[in-house]
Design a protein around this ligand. Structure first.
Ligand code: UDP
Ligand code: MG
Length: 326
C-alpha cells in the first residue's frame, strides 16, 4: 500500500514575523516524514492567508514559487481563525488522505504530527492534540482558558479538554464536516460530533515563536459566548429556572404579606419593593439579552452568507483566475 498523502493546513493572519521559520520547520518535518515512509512524497503544506495586512501573502506566494510542496490559499478578507481553517481543510481535501491543522505561531510542538500520522496508520480518523501543561501561556490566558472549558462542559458541550485546533482528520472526516453548513461553525464542538474512531496525543505547548496573539480578551469572550450559544440552550433553561424559582418565592411572599396585612402588622414595604423591582428588572433584561443572542444566531444562520471568500487558490490549480491577475 502507498503512504498516505498528508496536507498540513496553517491559517495565518498577520504572521510575517514567524512565517518564514514556520515554513522552514514544517518543510523539514515533511522531508523527515517522507524519508521515514510515513507519508507520501506528494504531501504538501497549505498556508491560508486570512486577509492579512502585512507581508504574509508575499511570504507564502514566494515560498510556493520556490518550493513545489508549499501551497497557498488567499482569502479575500479576514474571515477569522475558524473560517480560515475551514477554507484550508476544504481546499486541501481534494488531494489529501489526511489533513493536519496547526497554528502558524509554532506554539504547538510540530514533531507531534509524526504521532498523529502514526495513529492515522493505525486506523484512527481523528487525532486530537491535547496540551499537557500550559505553563508557557500567561497566568491570565491559562485560567480564562480553564474557565472556558469548564463553562462549556457545564453547558453540555462535549469538548476535548485542553484541545485547541491542533488535530489530524482523515479526508472522510473532512468531507463529513462539510455537511455541517452552519455559518457560525465552532470546530472544537463539531469535530467530536462526527464520531469517527478518534484518539488523543499529549504534547507540551510552547511560547509563541514571534509576533503577538491574535486573540485578545475581547475576541476570547466573543469566542466563548459563540461557542456556548451555538451548542447549547442551557443558558436559556437556567434563566427559565430562575424565573420559576422567583415566581414561587414571590407566591410565598404574597401569602406572608397578606397574613401581615390581616393581622394588622402592615409593612412600610419600601425596601422589599425596591429590591424586588431591581432584582426582577435585572433578571428580565438578562433574559431578553440572552434570548436576543439566540435570535441573532438564527438571523445570521438564515442568511446563509458564505463563511469565507477565496481570492486565490494555489492548491487547486488550475482554477479560473480573474482577468486582471492572469
Ligand atoms: N488567525 C487567523 N485569523 C484570525 C486570527 C488568527 O487565521 O482572524 C490564526 C493565527 O495566524 C494563528 C492562529 O489563527 O495561526 C491562532 O491564533 P493565535 O496564535 O494568535 O491565538 P492564540 O494561540 O493566542 O490563542
Ligand atoms: Mg497561538
Amino acid at each position: 500500500m502507498n503512504e498516505p498523502m498528508l496536507t498540513i493546513v496553517v491559517p495565518c493572519y498577520n504572521e510575517e514575523e514567524v512565517l518564514p521559520e514556520t515554513i522552514r520547520q514544517l518543510r523539514n518535518l515533511r522531508e523527515e516524514l517522507i524519508a521515514e515512509r510515513l507519508v507520501s512524497p506528494e504531501s504538501t503544506l497549505l498556508f491560508v492567508d486570512d486577509g492579512s495586512g502585512d507581508a504574509t501573502w508575499d511570504i507564502i506566494y514566494k515560498a510556493s514559487l520556490r518550493y513545489p510542496e508549499v501551497k497557498g490559499v488567499k482569502l479575500a478578507r479576514n474571515a477569522g481563525h475558524q473560517n480560515a481553517l475551514l477554507a484550508g481543510l476544504f481546499a486541501a481535501k481534494t488531494r489529501s488522505d489526511c489533513i493536519v491543522s496547526i497554528d502558524a505561531d509554532l506554539q504547538d510542538d510540530i514533531s507531534v504530527i509524526r504521532d498523529f500520522v502514526q495513529k492515522f496508520h493505525e486506523g484512527y480518523e481523528i487525532v486530537y492534540g491535547v496540551r499537557n501543561k500550559r505553563d508557557t501561556d500567561t497566568f491570565f490566558k491559562r485560567h480564562t482558558a480553564q474557565w472556558f472549558y469548564k463553562l462549556m462542559r457545564a453547558m453540555g458541550v462535549d469538548l476535548v479538554y485542553n484541545h485547541a485546533d491542533y488535530r489530524l482528520m482523515s479526508r472522510r472526516a473532512v468531507e463529513e464536516l462539510e455537511r455541517f453548513e452552519e455559518v457560525n461553525l465552532f470546530l472544537r464542538g463539531i469535530v467530536p460530533l462526527l464520531g469517527f474512531r478518534s484518539t488523543t496525543i499529549y504534547y507540551d505547548r510552547k511560547e509563541r515563536f514571534a509576533g503577538k496573539t491574535k486573540y485578545p480578551l475581547k475576541k476570547m469572550i466573543a469566542f466563548a459566548l459563540d461557542g456556548i450559544t451555538s451548542f447549547s440552550i442551557t443558558p436559556i433553561r437556567i434563566i427559565s429556572l430562575i424565573g420559576f424559582v422567583s415566581f414561587f418565592v414571590s407566591l410565598l411572599f404574597g401569602v406572608y404579606f397578606l397574613l401581615l396585612k390581616f393581622t394588622g402588622h402592615t409593612q412600610t414595604g419600601w425596601t422589599s419593593l425596591i429590591t424586588s423591582i431591581w432584582f426582577l428588572g435585572g433578571l428580565q433584561l438578562i433574559a431578553f439579552g440572552l434570548i436576543g443572542e439566540y435570535i441573532g444566531k438564527i438571523y445570521k444562520e438564515t442568511k446563509r452568507r458564505p463563511r469565507y471568500i477565496v481570492d486565490l487558490d494555489l492548491f487547486n490549480l488550475p482554477m479560473p483566475q480573474p482577468w486582471h491577475q492572469s
